[in-house]
Design a protein around this ligand. Structure first.
Ligand code: AMP
Ligand code: MG
Length: 393
């Protein structure tokens, strides 16, 4: 790499590698939203449980015309067996009566009393959902590491699963450091600013099944930082923003050394976010994020969230990257990979003018980060570039 900094992918995988496996617990499917399967999930039933009609109309046996002999409704199947040229009314999702070989859809049917004929003859097997086409009892319906979203929740319920096994919710301790940080600075003091990173980082974790505890801002004092970190020994993951750089008042590294934590790596070839630090204390992982709010956000997205997701049991903890056209020419890149705050519209992605790593306004305005590889020449508008979409929590 030449710059002596770790490249992003190596650093991300290095971090994931350090994380311990969480103990697992059974949870009711009712409480499973947002959690991750700790083991593959098998269907407890077959879906559909029988051949079902896919349309409203008539279940028919033979070529017709037919005599209507009854009805098959959802929850109330036809009890008998159809003889050739017999038919029943059938609803979408109702069980096909025995002997029926097709569904004549309502739109193609002519009915007079109990007599049924077709304007367009039904093809044999048409509009029938075959037993077990979705899944059969014993099939794996979700792999280990899958996240339970709305569709997966429906799949679990449809599969007859009432509980699943998942990682215990990891505990996260979130700290922010800086003598200038106050929760609510009064008046026009120029020596103080509102602490915002802690709340932002906690908000970024809100969608994950973890227990994030946010602590009051810490002063730039070695004793205070060390004792706060010491006291957070129960947390599975500690995140501390600010004080991770090389200034005289950047005390996170000495504080980590004081409590006996081992620095795994420090400084990544990325912009913003270079001073990122990863340390371990026993099985606990400690993430030092840069204090500049945009740097904190970007490293939160690329390091903290993957770490949280991995602890929660995700098989795919990295944020999703998509190819998008550059809507304008993009400048060449230096020795660090860049993440440009940008916007995506119908023309593609374009960087915002303001790219300062402290700019909260531009961060909130951005709906994507445009990834630019280190050492890359400038590219023309229309080139496909990777982007991360931002929901901004
Ligand atoms: P540091 O990483 O401690 O050198 O901080 C870099 C810059 O980010 C400084 O301008 C800090 O005032 C600002 N900063 C650090 N921590 C926070 C925070 N928790 N909330 C808002 N701004 C912060
Ligand atoms: Mg500071």
């Amino acid at each position: 790499m030449g710059s002596g900094l770790l490249d992003l992918g190596t650093a991300q995988h290095g971090l994931l590698h350090l994380l311990p496996a969480m103990p697992v617990e059974p949870v009711s499917v009712d409480d499973a939203l947002g959690r991750y399967c700790a083991e593959p999930v098998m269907a407890q039933r077959t879906q559909p449980p029988a051949d079902l009609s896919a349309m409203d109309g008539f279940a028919v046996a033979g070529d017709g015309p037919w005599t209507i002999v009854g009805e098959s409704r959802c929850g109330a199947p036809f009890a008998g067996e159809l003889a050739p040229n017999e038919a029943t009314f059938v609803s979408t999702g109702a069980v096909m009566p025995g002997g029926a070989d097709a569904v004549l859809i309502k739109e193609n049917a002519e009915v007079e009393g109990r007599n049924l004929s077709a304007t367009t003859p039904p093809a044999s097997g048409r509009h029938i959902r075959r037993e077990g086409f979705d899944f059969r009892s014993g099939d794996e319906i979700l792999p280990a590491g899958a996240r339970i979203g709305a569709a997966e929740l429906a799949l679990l319920l449809g599969g007859g699963c009432r509980t699943m096994v998942t990682a215990r919710k990891p505990q996260l301790a979130i700290f922010e450091t800086g003598d200038e940080l106050l929760i609510d600075p009064k008046g026009d003091a120029t020596s103080a600013i509102p602490a915002s990173n802690g709340a932002m980082l906690a908000a970024m974790c809100a969608g994950e099944p973890c227990i994030a505890r946010r602590h009051a801002p810490l002063p730039d004092r070695l004793d205070d930082i060390a004792s706060a970190l010491q006291a957070a020994n129960e947390a599975d993951l500690v995140v501390i923003s600010g004080g991770a750089s090389v200034g005289d008042h950047d005390l996170v590294r000495p504080a980590l050394e004081r409590i006996g934590a081992k620095i795994a790596f420090w400084k990544v070839a990325m912009k913003p976010g270079k001073p990122l630090m990863v340390a371990t204390r026993g099985s606990q992982v400690i993430l030092g994020l840069p204090g500049n709010p945009v740097s904190s956000f970007v490293t939160g997205m690329l390091f903290m969230l993957p770490a949280v997701r991995r602890l929660c049991g995700s098989a795919n903890p990295m944020p999703v990257k998509l190819p998008v056209f550059a809507a304008e020419d993009l400048p060449p890149v230096g020795t660090r990979m860049e993440f440009l705050r940008g916007t995506i519209d119908a023309d593609g992605g374009r960087p915002l003018l303001q790219q300062d790593s402290s700019g909260l306004g531009a961060l909130a305005q951005a709906n994507c980060l445009i990834e630019r590889p280190a050492g890359c020449a400038g590219v023309k508008a229309g080139t496909v570039v990777p982007v991360y979409l931002l929901g901004n929590g």
